[in-house]
Design a binder for this molecule. Structure first.
Ligand SMILES: Nc1ncnc2c1ncn2[C@@H]1O[C@H](COP(=O)(O)OP(=O)(O)OP(=O)(O)O)[C@@H](O)[C@H]1O
Ligand SMILES: O=c1[nH]c(=O)c2[nH+]cn([C@@H]3O[C@H](COP(=O)(O)O)[C@@H](O)[C@H]3O)c2[nH]1
Ligand SMILES: NC(=O)CC[C@H](N)C(=O)O
Ligand SMILES: [Mg+2]
Length: 510
């Protein structure tokens, strides 16, 4: 069955994928295309609606991203958001200016509820603004449908032509009823039926993968984590035994994890190879303490291992990774800032032998990947596993990595996880682990002085791992973990609990 499609035209804003995700949440199929996409190509998709995203530019500047005027004359509903609405106004003969006062963050907004976007919603509320420019003269045929104290055109509409604009961001959760506004656009203006589900996503992706790969050979980087397991399920359905899954045991796995991953995949109908590369990684990272250097070296060594394995199999055409959207955005995709280089992002170094890297989950958020995993019939223990970063414990040992430190951290982390599970908190806390800080302090044990390392415990609640809150774990659980760690793990005499949210901290310490 062919689905109704909405096109999100990307003008370089921060929330573009979030808009796409919100549309998908409304059960409407959605694709993000660059603003430069020729109109013919857009029309060929037969979209029921088009959404223009925000962007960092100003429409009145010469080289700012533009679209052809004809896009507004196709009878297809268009919704502009932020830069998108300014662009619509500018192209259709309105005027955009740069006023004295900028609006940023939560803003009290008044809505005209006779506008299709705001139908059935309250007449005022908080919206999330992030702009300098605003529209000070509307194009012909338009009227204002929302305003704020500082922005006369917080929203505009030309219902006859099905053209709509919002200066604020309905896609972020800070905008009260923002999702309902998008839903109104999709269902009341575009005539969406809500005919798209995760099951369809699975079917389409499998089909596309099969077409692309043909009879090529595929290596899949399998960590046993949620993302790569879901990717493996997709690929296995698409190309069967043309697929080989490589699990790199770099030695930075959690206690017993290497064996557990092997056990989980051994009996499935899947070519599975475990590479024991602990010595290789430890050697490579000896003496390295800078977090970004560690990450980059691990990323490169991963690729080297895959290359070596590929040679054993013969010619391999594609490498598949379970990269998901937050990995991409934090590594500084497009104009976004580099927060940390995820080992799996950055593409292939030019001396590598694979034709291409395939990342079938690149546009999905974690909770969407989980929904897809359920859809593909993966067991709950795989789908709801807490995430574990590719570089593993290497980025949870602050400073230089040694085998001794690795064993220490594995033990402490294992105890913490055991106590969390014992308290029944393992499903409600989204990620929890121990960090071996590089700090030593004085303690007293058995009447003697110790000068040992400090373990930091970290536990967070989050849905998309882009923002997170520290988990309010009951004191007695923390107490049990702390007692056991200092008593059972040599070299540790102090335990701290990390009570910072993300932002300003990140979830991992490096
Ligand atoms: N030890 C490993 N062996 C092989 N590939 C790996 C390994 N660790 C990570 N990768 C690759 O890097 C990708 C990104 O790692 P990441 O940890 O984000 O995802 P994941 O392990 O699949 O899922 P989760 O986020 O639940 O841990 C993985 O999807 C996988 O393709
Ligand atoms: O596969 C990965 N490779 C990496 O390099 C990496 N760095 C962080 N993470 C995981 O991403 C989520 C967000 O982590 P941060 O708040 O520390 O950026 C958390 O779930 C982290 O565990 C990684 N996953
Ligand atoms: N977030 C945006 O889309 C910003 C649009 C434009 N650059 C402005 O400052 O008004
Ligand atoms: Mg992982």
């Amino acid at each position: 069955m062919k689905h109704q499609t909405v096109i999100v035209l990307d003008f370089g804003g921060q929330y573009n994928q979030l808009i796409a995700r919100r549309v998908r949440e409304c059960s409407v199929y959605c694709e993000v295309l660059p603003y430069k996409t020729p109109l013919d190509e857009i029309l060929a998709k037969n979209p029921i609606g088009i959404i223009f995203t925000g962007g960092p530019n100003s429409v009145y500047l010469e080289n700012s991203p533009k679209v052809e005027k004809k896009i507004f004359q196709q009878g297809i509903p268009v919704l502009g958001i932020c830069y998108g609405t300014q662009l619509m106004a500018h192209i259709l003969g309105g005027h955009v200016t740069s006023p004295e006062k900028r609006e940023y963050g939560k803003t009290h907004t008044y809505y005209h509820t006779d506008c299709a976007l705001f139908q059935g919603l309250p007449e005022e509320g908080i919206s999330w603004m992030s702009h300098t420019d605003y529209i000070d003269r509307l194009p012909e045929g338009f009227k204002v449908s929302a305003h704020t104290a500082d922005c006369p055109t917080a929203a505009m509409e030309n219902p006859k032509e099905k053209l709509y604009g919002m200066q604020f961001h309905p896609e972020v959760l800070h905008t009260q009823n923002g999702i309902s506004m998008l839903r109104n656009f999709l269902f009341n203006v575009c005539g969406a039926k809500g005919d798209w589900t995760m099951g369809d996503y699975a079917k389409n992706t499998i089909h596309t993968l099969r077409e692309k790969i043909g009879d090529g050979k595929v290596l899949l980087a399998l960590s046993g984590g949620v993302d790569s397991s879901v990717a493996a399920a997709l690929l296995s359905k698409a190309v069967g035994n043309q697929l080989t899954c490589i699990f790199v045991d770099h030695g930075f796995m959690r206690k017993n994890e290497g064996d557990e991953v092997q056990a989980a995949f051994k009996d499935r109908n899947i070519n599975f190879v475990r590479v024991n590369a602990k010595e290789r990684f430890l050697c490579k990272l000896a003496g390295i303490s800078d977090p970004e250097t560690k990450r980059k070296m691990i990323g490169e060594e991963f690729i080297r291992v895959f290359e070596d394995e590929a040679k054993k199999i013969g010619k391999v055409d594609y490498l598949v990774q379970g990269t998901i959207y937050p990995d991409v955005i934090e590594s500084g995709a497009g104009d976004a800032a580099v927060i940390k280089s995820h080992h799996n992002v950055g593409g292939l170094p030019d001396y590598v032998d694979f034709k291409e890297i395939i990342e079938p989950l690149r546009l999905l958020f974690k909770d969407e990947v989980r929904a897809l995993g359920k859809e593909l019939g993966l067991p709950d223990y795989l789908v709801y596993r807490q995430p574990f970063p590719g570089p593993g414990l290497a980025i949870r040992i602050i400073g230089e990595i040694t085998e001794n430190k690795l064993l220490t951290l594995q033990e402490a982390d294992w105890i913490f996880r055991e106590e969390i599970a014992k308290a029944g908190l393992d499903r409600s806390i989204n990620q929890y682990f121990a960090v071996l800080t590089n700090m030593r302090s004085v303690g007293v044990m058995g009447d003697g002085r110790t000068y040992d390392y400090t373990i930091a415990l970290r536990a967070v609640t989050t849905t998309d791992f882009m923002t997170a809150d520290w988990a309010h774990i009951p004191y007695d659980v923390l107490e049990a973990a702390s007692n056991r760690i200092v008593n059972e793990v040599r070299g540790i005499n102090r335990v701290c609990y990390d009570i910072t949210s993300k932002p300003p901290a990140t979830i991992e310490w490096e």
